[in-house]
Design a protein around this ligand. Structure first.
Ligand SMILES: [Zn+2]
Length: 365
């Protein structure tokens, strides 16, 4: 008999506990891969509660003792699966592999815990128990997959299904997400349609929230997070997505002076070229305002741009890739870091400290 002990990640830790609601339909099994002595369930729960420097989080940590530690509410998203569909649909469970623990006992406790979850939460309709590997292809749970410690995945699943009250069926295929948020930008105002019924996570939307304008805080593949509601809604339930802030028109007089001067120098004075030159002279976000045109004119008159080291952008002191990405307004979520890692030649990105450090170094330059 296992005993669930709540030791939640503080709600203020948005990096690892985004607070995004979900309706869990599956359980994802992991192994910690941490064989250190005393790297047990409590140690992992403490790590999570104290603020894991890695952007990773899961719901349950299980070892060979009957106490199972819960770090996230079961209806909240964690970052454990390596894919959006996994994170947004699945309860994450880590089985400890500490060298001073009894692995078989830990696996048995994990089986009991999964059975308990299935009985307790009707949204986990069948035995949708999957490996981390199912979502992202990672070799996890390593020992259950290989059978290296004497128990294989088949036996685990057999144990999960070996209960009178547990309905057994094959895992459902995770929903395939096709991106419908392409034209929507973070920071943009959108209107939640009056016809919208449910949040992307399934709960019904109270009528007083409908027909109003909200700010897009984050984009998912087919959903957006609305800042004021702190809730995910389907992109099909929002309107006003195409509207974007018009660019300020260049002021005729100021623009005229730089344009006239450029013409007198037989330079291409088109907006596009001025924007390009502005970039070379360190005038960021050139939009042709009077101030920028004045600056550009002064720089042009002063001569060629210095070929000095490029201006470094973003937070130059942090050792956290997540903080750095935030400082340059780039999505710091795991899946985006994985993409960035691939671009920077980091293979099999799983968010380890070494990989994050390398990614940070490559990106910051
Ligand atoms: Zn895993």
């Amino acid at each position: 008999m296992v005993k669930i002990i709540e030791m939640l990640i503080p709600a203020s830790n948005k990096k690892n506990r985004p607070g995004t609601k979900m309706n869990p339909t599956s359980v994802t099994i992991h192994e910690t891969d941490n064989t250190n002595v005393r790297a047990n369930a409590l140690a992992h729960a403490r790590l999570q509660q104290n603020g894991n420097s890695r952007q990773a989080s899961w719901h349950l940590s299980v070892d060979d003792e009957p106490e199972v530690y819960q770090s996230l509410p079961f209806n909240e998203v964690g970052y454990h699966a390596g894919t959006t569909s996994g994170n947004y649909n699945s309860i994450g469970m880590e089985i400890c592999v500490n060298s001073d623990g009894d692995y078989k006992k830990a696996v048995n406790n994990a089986i009991q815990t999964v059975k308990w979850l299935i009985n307790k939460y009707p949204s986990i309709k069948a035995v949708n128990v999957v490996q981390h590997n199912h979502w992202s292809g990672k070799n996890c749970p390593r020992n259950l997959r290989s059978g290296a410690k004497g128990i294989k995945w088949d036996a685990f699943i057999k144990g999960v299904r070996d209960g009178k009250k547990v309905e057994a069926s094959m895992p459902a295929k995770p929903p395939k997400y096709t991106s419908t948020t392409g034209s929507i930008k973070v920071g943009q105002k959108v209107t939640l349609k009056k016809s919208a019924k449910n949040y992307a996570t399934g709960e019904s939307i109270p009528s007083q929230y409908k027909g109003k304008s909200y700010t897009v805080q984050q984009r998912g593949s087919n959903r957006v997070l609305l800042k004021e509601l702190y809730s995910w809604v389907k992109t099909s339930d929002i309107s006003g997505a195409a509207a974007s802030k018009p660019k300020p028109k260049p002021t005729a007089t100021a623009s005229g002076s730089v344009v006239d001067w450029m013409k007198s120098q037989r330079m291409n004075s088109s907006y596009a070229n001025r924007k390009k030159l502005a970039g070379q002279y360190g005038i960021s976000n050139y939009e042709g305002t009077a101030k920028q045109n004045g600056q550009l004119l002064a720089k042009l008159k002063a001569g060629k741009p210095k070929q000095a080291a490029p201006v470094k952008k973003g937070n130059q002191t942090t050792s956290s890739i997540v903080d750095y990405l935030k400082s340059i307004n780039v999505n710091s979520g795991f899946s985006n870091r994985k993409k960035l890692a691939a671009k920077h030649g980091i293979k099999n990105y799983s968010g380890t400290a070494a990989q994050n450090a390398k990614l940070l170094k490559n990106m910051r330059g």
